[in-house]
Design a protein around this ligand. Structure first.
Ligand code: HEC
Length: 130
């Protein structure tokens, strides 16, 4: 009987100790992990993470802009991408449209070029996150 109560008393002490350790070690680490995830989250949120924005901007301004410029009253074709005029509503539609317009205009672009122009357009105008 004496042994038994001593035993359960030790158990209680031990779980109390464990709880204290949990509070001291586990929870702060958990908060730290959430903190890290919060900061790396934007890199997951970019649907065109492999594109090169500078290359995309060059390609776009050399091959695409003039025709779009002629389509809007003010003469700035980039207005086509703004929310008031845009038709494209998702990142996958954006990449398809870039590919479509490139093909229509006889450009034989590699995947990398299509991705880069899509990234340039997304970063500067569309801002789709997935
Ligand atoms: C000869 C004219 C012409 C050229 C050159 C051209 N486009 Fe277009 N583009 C259009 C027309 C017309 C539309 C709108 C009608 C449509 O969706 O087909 C359009 C629409 C778009 C849209 C959708 C805009 C929206 O509503 O959100 C994107 C994106 C786009 N073009 C990208 C490109 C890219 C990238 C290039 C260069 C590879 C390019 N275009 C070259 C004529 C052109």
């Amino acid at each position: 009987m004496t042994l038994d109560s001593e035993h359960s008393c030790n158990c209680l002490n031990f779980s109390f100790f464990l709880n204290k350790q949990l509070n001291k070690v586990f929870y702060p680490n958990l908060i730290f992990i959430f903190f890290i995830l919060f900061f790396i989250q934007p890199s997951f949120a970019d649907p065109f993470s492999s594109g090169d924005v500078a290359l995309g901007e060059n390609l776009h301004n050399q091959n695409c802009k003039t025709c779009h410029d002629g389509m809007v009253p003010g003469g700035d074709g980039n207005e086509l991408y703004l929310s008031e005029l845009r038709v494209i509503s998702t990142s996958s539609k954006l990449i398809s449209q870039v590919e479509f317009c490139a093909n229509q205009n006889g450009l034989t672009w590699f995947e990398e070029e299509i991705e880069s122009v899509s990234k340039y357009l997304n970063d500067n105008f569309y801002n789709f996150s997935d």
